[in-house]
Design a binder for this molecule. Structure first.
Ligand code: PEP
Ligand code: MN
Length: 371
């Protein structure tokens, strides 16, 4: 048995057809998906869909089976919503997208000719569930999106997409919806933008969408996060809308009225992907050369620092003194954060940077002292 997955990963990385659906279907840029967190009643679904009909939305979303954190919350109306969504498609021409979490959801979605299926954050964390969904979808030509897992694990996210790819599903996309944290932050789910940026760098052919609603958890900050996603070259946005958000059966605080949503979409700045004029291109080339030189200096300086750190480790080893010297560490971080301000650098950033540098120094010293 060969458990080496690398060749499949390479194939998926180089497969340009993966994101072809987005160009072929001509759904607009940014691709805009909207609709309620949950389908509640036939009337609610149709009201929202008709209010969205003349917006830039081309795909209508609705949760039919809702994975909830605690039992007793509204868990979705289930399969009876699927004919309502078929009506939405017939009356508005919008494509339909729903979340699936197991093989039986897939079966029902296929029976009702749902256009797009997405795997939710709570399902992406579970390889067994994703595999079951992939098997149920085997060789269909559905569009499938994989939301990032709840935890900030890029490999787990990629693994979910690979399971679908290996099952022959070739119209794929991913949705960044932020990551769960224990402490409360200004987000419901921390965006940790570096993770979708890394995803895009590794799989440039897979369309990357952003779900600002589940990142923000409240409607006031959705516009800012949506703009940031566009500035990071995400291909589309999924934003929850409801005709009467405060009365929604789930995620009431983060849903927008369709007309408010439309205003936000119209205000978003769509910037060009690259520089086009010669003068800017030349100027950029010069500045980038300067950056390259500076980066080289940065590395040389770090390398010099690590060499000193190793010398110190030898002294610690000889004298049998502990690697971590808390007083000294406090002194270093204190000095650096003080300099940060004078150097025009963000204190938080300098803090993070030196913690990393210190961790690396400890790693080197630990090795020298113990090997
Ligand atoms: C949703 O989109 O309604 C949803 C449940 O999202 P997530 O899987 O991102 O929590
Ligand atoms: Mn929701």
């Amino acid at each position: 048995m060969n458990f080496e997955l690398k060749s499949e990963t390479k194939k998926m990385q180089n497969d340009k057809k993966i994101g072809q659906w987005l160009t072929d279907m001509n759904l607009g840029y940014p691709l805009t998906i909207s609709g309620p967190c949950s389908a509640e009643t036939e009337e609610q679904v149709l009201t929202i869909a008709h209010e969205l009909k003349n917006s830039k939305t081309t795909i209508f979303r609705a949760g039919v089976w809702k994975p909830r954190t605690r039992p007793g919350s509204f868990e979705g109306v289930g399969v009876k919503a699927l004919p309502w969504l078929q009506r939405v498609k017939k009356e508005t021409g919008l494509l339909i997208a729903i979340e699936v979490a197991n093989a039986s959801h897939v079966k029902m979605a296929l029976e009702h000719d749902i256009d797009i299926l997405w795997i939710g954050a709570r399902t992406t964390v579970n390889p067994f569930a994703v595999q079951e969904i992939a098997d149920a979808l085997k060789n269909t030509d559905k569009i499938v999106w994989v939301k990032n897992p709840m935890n900030p694990d890029l490999e787990l996210w990629i693994g979910g997409v690979e399971r679908l790819y290996e099952a022959g599903i070739k119209k794929l996309g991913v949705i960044h919806r932020g990551f769960s944290t224990y402490n409360t932050t200004k987000y419901r789910n921390e965006p940790k933008w570096q993770i979708p940026i890394d995803f895009k760098a590794r799989f440039p052919n897979i369309p990357l969408l952003c779900d600002p609603s589940h990142i923000c958890g409240k409607r006031e900050t959705i516009e800012r996060v949506a703009q940031k996603a566009l500035d990071l070259q995400f291909e589309g946005l999924m934003i929850e809308t409801h005709h009467s958000p405060d009365n929604a059966w789930s995620d009431a605080k983060q849903q927008l009225k369709p007309n408010e949503f439309q205003k936000i979409i119209n205000r978003l700045k769509v910037r060009s992907k690259t520089f086009k004029d010669e003068k800017s291109i030349d100027k950029l080339a010069l500045l980038r050369e300067e950056i390259n030189q500076t980066d080289k200096l940065l590395l040389q300086t770090l390398s010099k620092r690590m060499k000193i750190v190793k010398q110190i480790a030898l002294v610690k080893k000889e004298k049998n003194v502990a690697v971590l010297q808390t007083k000294r560490w406090r002194e270093v971080i204190g000095k650096m954060t003080k300099y940060a301000d004078a150097a025009g650098l963000d204190v938080e950033f300098v803090n993070r940077l030196f913690k990393e540098v210190h961790q690396e120094s400890i790693r080197h010293q630990d090795k020298i002292v113990n090997d």
